[in-house]
Design a protein around this ligand. Structure first.
Ligand code: KG4
Ligand code: ZN
Length: 340
């Protein structure tokens, strides 16, 4: 089954064609990051406008790379929640138009379910149940993937998401938005033991908290600047990356032991972080876990992951009519209403 995926929930306009949830025929991403960088973060109004400008060309290109026409597509999967509502609505209404005009099934996909599905694209052997950490710009969730469309959130951040903390900490050492990748690159020449950073505490043992850590880095930079003391940015980057990786992994490992799960996946933009990947690989070997990391280019937002999840949603009958609306917030466990 060939599914066309469309993603526009934040600042990437993306379209892709995936066969049977596993084989990518094409994946096109138009990133707006550079433009939002001028403002230090995503400007929702600009994001919506850029999606409108790019979506037709991006979708045409995805079909062209796949050497397919719309007629030969079996279903149209689109991110319908969560995300910036104006941005979501561009992809959603475009997908609705295509589905109506071509009389194709319309499949709403939860963005985080898409991130989980990015693991299927890199690991053909991966099947549920497994445990998945999703660490992105907006979420840090530990999820039990019970089957392809049944999820249970076991832990989540009580404040900032890991990606958000990366972006803010990166800004305090003078890196542009989004700062995660730049911080990762800079950290390679730094000393991870140079700066001692706090260990966040949470009431529930499997939750995360990143705002204290973020504030600690911001204050550290501020103080050094005011006192005119040297603070090598590469050491800040390395110490921060090492600490975030340790926190993200440790909770995940705790949940894995608690739930007797040995299949562990990590997805979302922060899953591209080299410290987290190295730590996950080492500790998985120590613990005897099977680890599933998406290829780096599939960690950030893309439409291949939406098409992949769309395949499993359509198999389960999760298609919708034209009354479908976008939702800025929605739990990964929930199903879209107005199903056929
Ligand atoms: O999943 P994603 O592309 O978008 C959301 O759904 O939010 O995640 C974006 C986040 C940004 O905060 C970005 O700085 C972070 O992922 N990120 C990284 C790396 N690559 C992207 N953080 C740390 N290290 C990286 N290599
Ligand atoms: Zn995302």
């Amino acid at each position: 089954m060939k599914i066309l995926g469309i993603e526009s929930s934040c600042d990437e306009t993306a379209a892709a064609v995936v066969v049977d949830g596993r084989q990518i025929l094409s994946s096109v991403i138009a990133s707006q990051a550079e433009e939002h960088g001028k403002f230090g973060g995503v400007v929702p109004e600009i994001a919506s406008r850029r999606h409108i400008e790019s979506i037709v060309a991006v979708t045409r290109q995805a079909l062209c790379h796949a050497k397919l026409t719309l007629e030969s597509i079996d279903g149209i999967a689109v991110t319908a929640a969560p995300g910036l509502i104006g941005a979501l609505l561009v992809g959603l209404n475009f997908a609705k138009g295509l589905a109506l005009a071509q009389n194709k099934p319309l499949i709403p996909v939860h963005h985080l379910r898409g991130h989980v599905a990015s693991c299927y694209l890199s690991h053909p052997e991966l099947t549920p149940p497994f445990l998945c950490l999703i660490a992105s710009g907006g979420h840090s969730h530990i999820i039990l993937v019970e089957d392809y469309i049944t999820f249970q959130v076991l832990g989540r951040t009580v404040d900032d998401a890991a990606g958000e903390a990366f972006d803010k900490a990166a800004r305090s050492i003078g890196l542009g938005y989004p700062g995660g990748v730049a911080m990762d690159a800079l950290s390679r020449s730094g000393n991870p033991a140079a700066i001692s950073l706090p260990n966040p505490k949470t009431q529930k043992p499997f939750d995360y908290s990143f705002s204290g850590l973020k504030t600690a880095v911001i204050n550290l930079c501020h103080n050094a600047q005011q006192k005119g003391q040297p603070l090598p940015p590469e050491d800040v980057a390395a110490s921060f990356c090492a600490k975030v990786a340790e926190i993200l992994w440790q909770r995940l490992e705790d949940v894995a032991h608690n739930r007797s799960q040995t299949k562990i996946a990590i997805a979302g933009g922060v899953a591209a972080n080299s410290w987290l990947r190295a730590m996950a690989q080492k500790r998985s070997t120590d613990c005897g876990f099977d680890l599933y990391l998406p290829r780096k280019e599939l960690c950030g937002d893309n439409a291949a992951m939406i098409a992949a999840q769309g395949y499993y949603e359509i198999l389960a009958g999760q298609t919708v009519g034209m009354v479908l609306n976008g939702r800025p917030t929605m739990e990964i466990e929930d199903l879209f209403t107005y199903l056929h």
